[in-house]
Design a protein around this ligand. Structure first.
Ligand code: AMP
Ligand code: MG
Length: 513
């Protein structure tokens, strides 16, 4: 790998703490602290993403690169650092947070001039670890490694994962916070993104009244990642906020398309570029349920439930608007943009739903159709992904119950079947309104509705296997997630087996990782 080409422009531009002090602390007025990865004596590679490595300009992996995967014996040019950010967690201001177990190696540029940031997750404590150990366990690392790649191949904006390695060290975790701590295998993921900047970085500088740094950070972000913005002065900052809103809304629509529930949508977990970031207690949704939250910490409020993500992203953007106010100084404008956010989001959302159903255009009457569909889904306990796959194959010559029984998590009694029949009749007449051909409509469905989603129970099985030293499932899942619009392994494109309904780490997840 071309590790010698990694550079750290961020630490040359912004105020930082160069003391190298490892103590966990507040670091006012700065955006980062330099810190070294802790180092691990017996690292072992589990997976390496060759295609990504080539694409971002790091090139081929060689045996000598193993040390780099966990942050050992770094060359002179790699001056590592962790960034400081703040955030609103579960609706409350939490003050300084920061990269508690992420350490940045810096940025690599590929042959086409594209820049990518590289960071380790789990390579040791940083000044921002807040009494935690800065380590990551195998289970959460496998979940981040595979899911971020699954999202990428689904076409959802996301950070990506370059490698997954054992550290050779055990980590103690109380997985369900039940007073039952256990040793778990430690692991490190290297993840990449165009930028890891979050809403929280802007909130931190704003809260500390560091308006000059705030402005420099926004200028830097626009110059590097929002090249479409060409305006100047206050207008430039207004356009920036509008762009962040648009990217965030687009991301939410993609989460709804694929059935992704993030689980911890705190403002520190919101990427300024509109990427899916920080894979913790997330879940792909099996059974359609607007109230579904995978995160045990999110019960009973269900602030971050599937159906709330649109609204919560808007709440998070309010916090960003407050943070950017010193630059924009125009409450009326910010309010208008945030109000427009709702209508833009819902229109994009409904257009996306149209594509899932194979409709070429959104019609006025669709609102009623979608409401009926939602009640059908919840009432008949349909699997979100499998329902659309089945709809693509619908054949009015076949028995309705037989066609849909494997898609439901309940028995389809006569009453339920009648509701389904009514829905199908409505659907058929709605299809008649299409101005595109049957083939084009089906193609729309094929490209919008995944055939494979990385369900929690599959991840659970995969983690169990890796813990036992086997990697068959890891390879199979990697192959499946690289082709989400195909049915490569039929057994992976099926309902969650009921044995997994109540297993922690499967149906419910904690933030412990
Ligand atoms: P999140 O759940 O992503 O909102 O994380 C909240 C904060 O906790 C972030 O600043 C994380 O970096 C930090 N954090 C989470 N787990 C650990 C850990 N094991 N060691 C250090 N910091 C952590
Ligand atoms: Mg986080």
């Amino acid at each position: 790998m071309n590790i010698e080409n990694i550079k750290q422009p961020f630490i040359k531009i912004f105020p930082g703490d160069f003391s190298g002090n490892t103590m966990q602390r507040n670091t006012p007025k700065v955006l980062f602290s330099t810190i070294d990865p802790v180092g691990f004596d017996h690292p072992k590679m589990i997976a390496f993403n060759e295609q990504l490595s080539e694409e971002i300009g790091l090139g081929k992996f060689e045996e000598k690169d193993l040390d780099f995967l966990v942050g050992n014996n770094l060359p002179e040019n790699v001056k590592t650092y962790s960034t400081a950010y703040a955030g609103h967690q579960f609706g409350n201001w939490a003050g300084q947070l920061g990269d508690g177990r992420a350490i940045l190696a810096g940025e690599i540029t590929n042959d086409s001039g594209r820049k990518t940031e590289i960071q380790w997750k789990g390579a040791g404590a940083t000044p921002y670890s807040r009494h935690a150990d800065g380590r990551a366990v195998l289970r959460s690392s496998v979940r981040e490694y595979l899911m971020s790649e699954a999202m990428f191949h689904l076409g959802v904006p996301t950070t990506r994962a370059l490698s997954l390695s054992f550290t050779g060290e055990d980590v103690v975790r109380d997985m369900m916070y039940s007073g039952n701590p256990q040793d778990e295998k430690g692991a490190v993921v290297i993840r990449t993104a165009e930028s890891f900047l979050r809403f929280g970085h802007f909130e931190l500088m704003s809260a500390q009244q560091e308006h000059k740094t705030l402005q420099e950070l926004v200028d830097f972000t626009i110059e590097n990642y929002f090249k479409e913005i060409t305006s100047e002065g206050i207008q430039k900052y207004k356009n920036f906020f509008e762009n962040v809103c648009r990217r965030t809304a687009d991301l939410m629509v993609e989460w709804y398309r694929t059935g992704f529930v993030h689980g911890v949508m705190n403002t520190d977990n919101m990427s300024i570029l509109g990427l899916t970031i920080d894979y913790g207690p997330y879940s792909m949704m099996d059974e359609y349920n607007l109230n579904f939250t995978p995160n045990t910490t999110d019960l009973p409020g269900r602030r971050y439930a599937f159906g709330k993500q649109g609204q919560i992203s808007q709440w998070n953007l309010w916090q960003l608007a407050n943070a950017l106010h010193p630059l924009i100084k125009d409450e009326k404008f910010l309010e208008e943009i945030l109000n427009d956010y709702g209508s833009y989001f819902w229109e994009s959302h409904d257009k996306m739903l149209c594509r899932k159903f194979g409709f070429d255009e959104l019609l006025k009457s669709d609102e009623r159709f979608f409401t009926n569909w939602q009640s059908l889904m919840q009432n008949l306990q349909f699997d979100y992904t499998l329902f659309f796959n089945e709809l693509e194959k619908y054949d009015d010559q076949k028995d309705l119950r037989q066609q849909f029984e494997d898609v439901s998590y309940t028995f389809l009694n006569d009453e339920k079947l009648t509701q389904l029949q009514h829905f199908i009749t409505d659907y058929m007449s709605r299809l008649e309104e299409n101005t595109i051909s049957k083939e084009e409509s089906l193609k729309l469905m094929h490209t919008t509705n995944p055939k494979f989603i990385l369900r929690n129970y599959l991840l659970y099985q995969c983690i169990e296997e890796i813990n036992e030293g086997k990697t068959d499932m890891l390879h199979k899942l990697t192959h499946a997630l690289e082709n989400p619009y195909k049915r490569i392994y039929p057994e992976f494109s099926a309902k969650r087996p009921s044995d997994y309904d109540d297993i922690s780490g499967c149906s419910t997840l904690s933030c412990s990782s």
